[in-house]
Design a protein around this ligand. Structure first.
Ligand SMILES: [Zn+2]
Length: 275
């Protein structure tokens, strides 16, 4: 499933090719992904210029002259979506649901499982869109720091890991990133959020940031391939310390990594190093 780093790398991969370009056409080959695709979307897009491509959580936001009578194309890759840039006129394959055509290239969305989203928001204020208005803080923004996380968790007595993965609180911290960050901060995924000190939150937040940034950097180093070749949205392989290493020796203490179920998800951690 594409996580925040993959979405951010997709965004960065598109930046040299799409902003500043005028949309000459769009092709929608399915009426519905996770949500209905708005009727008339192709007509609405055609003729507008792409001013910028932003990201909010795992949503890509295409600013289509939103401040001059246009709006925003909102795109989510869901469970299996991927984006590629293909030469104009490239024949579509199965699961290629959407094309956005500019003069020199075509942005193509492939989504076999159809859990992605393709939506339109009229006008400038895209943050008001119902899917975006409920999102928590961006983990790479300067406002997300240890003090903030400490403050907002004072009344949260549930375990920290599911809380980190709650997009209403903070967006884009998937299972792998939550597990790795907690290991690097020495915090047990089971610890109650309101029983973690300010000091430890001030260690955890930089660990989250550096885990995400390392993954973006790993993908970013192959960013041209990413959007130009097979477009596979696989996880950028971090060298994981705990994730998917059940039974293997902890990189710090050598004791075996534990794997438990927590809120319906696999959790990997070291019972010795994480308290
Ligand atoms: Zn250990």
């Amino acid at each position: 499933m594409p996580e925040l780093p993959e979405v951010e790398v997709s965004r960065q991969g598109l930046l040299p090719y799409l902003p500043g370009e005028r949309i000459v056409g769009a092709c929608i080959r399915t009426p519905k992904l996770r949500h209905d695709i708005p009727a008339g979307l192709a007509n609405r897009l055609t003729g507008l210029r792409i001013d910028a491509i932003l990201r909010r959580g795992k949503y890509l936001l295409f600013d289509c002259e939103s401040k001059r009578g246009g709006g925003w194309l909102i795109l989510h890759l869901g469970m299996s979506g991927s984006l590629r840039l293909v030469p104009p006129g490239t024949p579509e394959k199965k699961h290629d649901h959407f094309d956005l055509v500019v003069a020199r290239t075509t942005l193509r969305l492939r989504d076999p499982r159809r859990f992605g989203a393709l939506l339109w928001h009229e006008g400038a204020n895209v943050d008001a869109h119902p899917l975006l208005a409920v999102l928590g803080i961006e983990p790479l923004s300067p406002d997300f720091d240890g003090d903030w996380l400490h403050t907002v968790t004072r009344r949260r007595s549930g375990p920290i890991k599911p809380l980190l993965m709650d997009s209403h609180l903070v967006v884009g911290i998937g299972n792998i990133y939550a597990a790795e960050s907690l290991f690097h901060a020495g915090i047990s995924p089971l610890r109650a959020a309101n029983r973690i000190s300010l000091e430890r939150y001030r260690t955890l937040v930089p660990a989250i940031r550096s885990t995400l940034e390392a993954s973006i950097a790993a993908g970013g180093s192959s960013v041209r391939d990413y959007v130009h070749s097979d477009g596979g949205a696989g996880c950028f392989q971090l060298s994981c310390a705990v994730y998917d290493r059940a039974g293997a020796p902890c990189t710090q203490c050598g004791k075996p990594i534990h794997n438990i179920r927590q809120a319906g998800r696999s959790t990997f951690y070291c019972t010795h190093c994480q308290r």
